[in-house]
Design a protein around this ligand. Structure first.
Ligand SMILES: [Zn+2]
Length: 111
């Protein structure tokens, strides 16, 4: 599908033609420019990757929950160590995902 970018706020609209007004900032249709194929495909790939990040983030959240249950259960030190390490790694990766997604948004571009 064709993609149109608002020249005022950068919002990207998917459609055969530009919207009458920008859904984000209200700018009129004339402010929209159609993205070329290469840029449009970058937008799609970026959305896909962002989705993967979100999926991974949710899985890590689950891993943290499981680890916390294991830490509470505290059967023996070796088990607790595994759960603590898992929880720490999951937290670390989640923070990296957040930072990376923030970078995508400020770089602009494909928001
Ligand atoms: Zn706009």
């Amino acid at each position: 599908m064709a993609k149109w970018q608002c020249g005022v706020c950068g919002y990207i609209f998917d459609g055969d033609e530009a919207p009458a007004n920008c859904p984000k900032c209200g700018a009129p249709k004339e402010k929209f420019q159609q993205l070329d194929d290469e840029t449009a495909s970058k937008v799609d790939r970026s959305r896909y990757t962002n989705g993967l990040h979100m999926e991974l983030f949710a899985l890590l959240e689950k891993a943290k929950e499981i680890s916390e249950n294991g830490i509470k259960d505290a059967l023996d030190p070796a088990c607790v160590q595994i759960f603590e390490t898992t929880k720490a790694c999951a937290t670390d990766i989640q923070q990296r995902i957040k930072a990376e997604l923030k970078t995508h948004m400020t770089k602009n571009k494909w928001g």
